[in-house]
Design a protein around this ligand. Structure first.
Ligand SMILES: Nc1nc2c(ncn2[C@@H]2O[C@H](COP(=O)(O)OP(=O)(O)OP(=O)(O)O)[C@@H](O)[C@H]2O)c(=O)[nH]1
Ligand SMILES: [Mg+2]
Length: 317
């Protein structure tokens, strides 16, 4: 792709959760180096100070971010700015200044965005066990959902917990970040007391394989949305947006407006067609019967309702 530099993988998580160490684990596994390029925390010193973009190969870049004590207004905004591509590298962060970024992710440029999120959690972090972590993640979970980004959770410090605790830690971490179990991984990074071995390599590579799969899917969907947008702009006013608009066109419009991945919508379109609902007008007429359908999340239901109301507002007058 001409307008595309490669996949951008964002690493996020509270300070000390092992983001930089993980980057080094990846570099060591891929390039056989004795140490990686990322700056690790040491006693009395801060870890990652700024955002660091570390190209691993031509195809992908790891974005090492500075962790926060706990998530809050500024931290959330900074993460959104990195997700949106409004902060692309170390030159972009000045914590004394407010970053301007879109809350909804509208108007972002695909090549600058973060295409996949690795969320780092420390297996022995007491906040995970007290449930504080889950509350703090609420806002970001919603934001990632809106953008169609499925976060991958990396539970570091695997060596610090007993095997009997694994199940509980896995359940709590995946609930906090919203990653399914299949996207939640344990990792023991290289660290001072323990030289990494082949297990660290394998764990790091498993995470990277999933990250690249998720990123590929994200980029594909968003490319497709950009193309739909261009096409519908080209067709311009010729497009029927009134009562005869097809359900496909209605959902295509909604998908590019609200950044909804089209594959979340396709099953709904298929079902509507089976029920002979082929235009946005018949969707509107039959909405009372359809709105309870389990294929729709509450958020998507709200978006459809709003769009139907907007579409038929003028006609009903
Ligand atoms: N035992 C153990 N220690 C680890 C592991 N991963 C990281 N560490 C140690 O945890 C500390 C913090 O690791 P970093 O990689 O600097 O954490 P970070 O998330 O990059 O921190 P910030 O840059 O401040 O956000 C360092 O002392 C690492 O050596 C692990 O899997 N097991
Ligand atoms: Mg760091």
């Amino acid at each position: 792709m001409k307008d595309f530099d490669g996949v951008r993988i964002g690493l996020f998580g509270i300070t000390g959760s092992g983001k930089s160490s993980f980057i080094n684990s990846v570099f060591m596994a891929l390039h056989g180096e004795d140490e990686g390029p990322a700056v690790i925390q040491s006693t009395g010193a801060e870890g990652t100070i700024i955002l660091e973009a570390l190209p691993v190969t031509d195809g992908f870049t790891l974005l090492d971010t500075r962790g926060f004590g706990l998530l809050g207004g500024d931290a959330e905004k900074e993460i959104l700015a990195i997700l949106n591509g409004d902060i692309k590298d170390e030159s972009g962060i000045d914590r004394d200044k407010t970053v301007k970024t879109s809350l909804t992710g509208v108007g972002t440029v695909l090549r600058d965005e973060t295409h996949v999120v690795l969320w780092f959690v420390k297996a022995n972090d007491p906040r995970l066990h007290k449930g504080a972590y889950r509350c703090h993640m609420d806002f970001l979970r919603q934001q990632l959902l809106r953008r169609g980004i499925a976060p991958i959770t990396v539970i570091t410090h695997h060596d610090k917990i007993a095997e009997s605790q694994e199940e509980e830690v896995l359940a709590k971490a995946s609930a906090a970040t919203g990653s399914p179990r299949s996207f939640t991984f344990f990792v023991t990074n290289y660290h001072v007391d323990q030289e990494g071995d082949y297990r660290t390599h394998i764990e790091a590579m498993k995470v990277m394989r999933s990250a690249l799969l998720v990123a590929e899917r994200y980029v594909k969907i968003h490319k497709q949305q950009e193309q739909y947008k261009r096409e519908s702009e080209a067709i311009g006013n010729q497009k029927v947006t009134g009562p005869n608009e097809t359900v496909e066109d209605f959902f295509r419009r909604l998908s590019s407006k609200e950044h909804i991945p089209f594959d979340q919508i396709q099953p709904i379109i298929d079902k509507l067609k089976k029920e002979d609902i082929t235009t946005s007008k018949s969707l509107s007429d039959n909405w009372v019967d359809i709105r309870g359908d389990k294929l729709m999340s509450d958020w998507l239901r709200g978006c459809i309702e709003k769009e139907l109301a907007d579409t038929f507002k003028e006609i009903n007058l």
